[in-house]
Design a protein around this ligand. Structure first.
Ligand code: HEC
Length: 105
């Protein structure tokens, strides 16, 4: 009987510990991009709207400008985004925020 008691204590503590170590979601994290005027904000919103149906949001700093140059026209087609004003807003957001943004909690 004592054996089972001990065993359950061990199991409970393993469960409790593993629960604690799950990573926090980061839902409260604010990302500070360097340029976020009205045009860049529209660009960010448009990218979030049009560019996240197939893959996750691609942060600007993940790729160099040359990669974006090559990829964006292809992705506009994939996203069926034909409005050139909106295309330019996304481009503006990305090209002005190619350095890693600061995050706050
Ligand atoms: C219809 C689905 C779809 C949509 C919508 C879409 N993408 Fe993609 N995207 C893909 C696929 C599939 C790949 C991988 C292509 C490859 O590797 O040849 C990709 C690759 C990329 C890459 C290259 C880097 C990587 O992670 O492989 C970037 C950057 C990117 N997409 C950005 C965007 C942006 C910005 C938009 C919005 C304008 C967008 N995507 C919309 C499907 C999509």
């Amino acid at each position: 009987m004592k054996k089972y008691f001990l065993l359950s204590i061990i199991i409970i503590s393993i469960v409790a510990c593993s629960k604690k170590s799950t990573p926090t979601s980061g839902a409260n994290t604010t990302i500070l991009y360097s340029v976020m005027d009205a045009k860049a904000t529209s660009g960010l919103n448009l990218e979030t709207k049009y560019c996240t149906s197939c893959h996750k949001f691609r942060v600007p700093y993940k790729f160099p400008k040359e990669k974006w140059d090559a990829v964006l026209p292809v992705m506009y087609k994939k996203a069926k985004l034909t409005d050139s004003t909106q295309q330019n807003q996304i481009k503006y957001f990305i090209y002005n925020n190619l350095q890693k943004p600061v995050t706050t909690k």
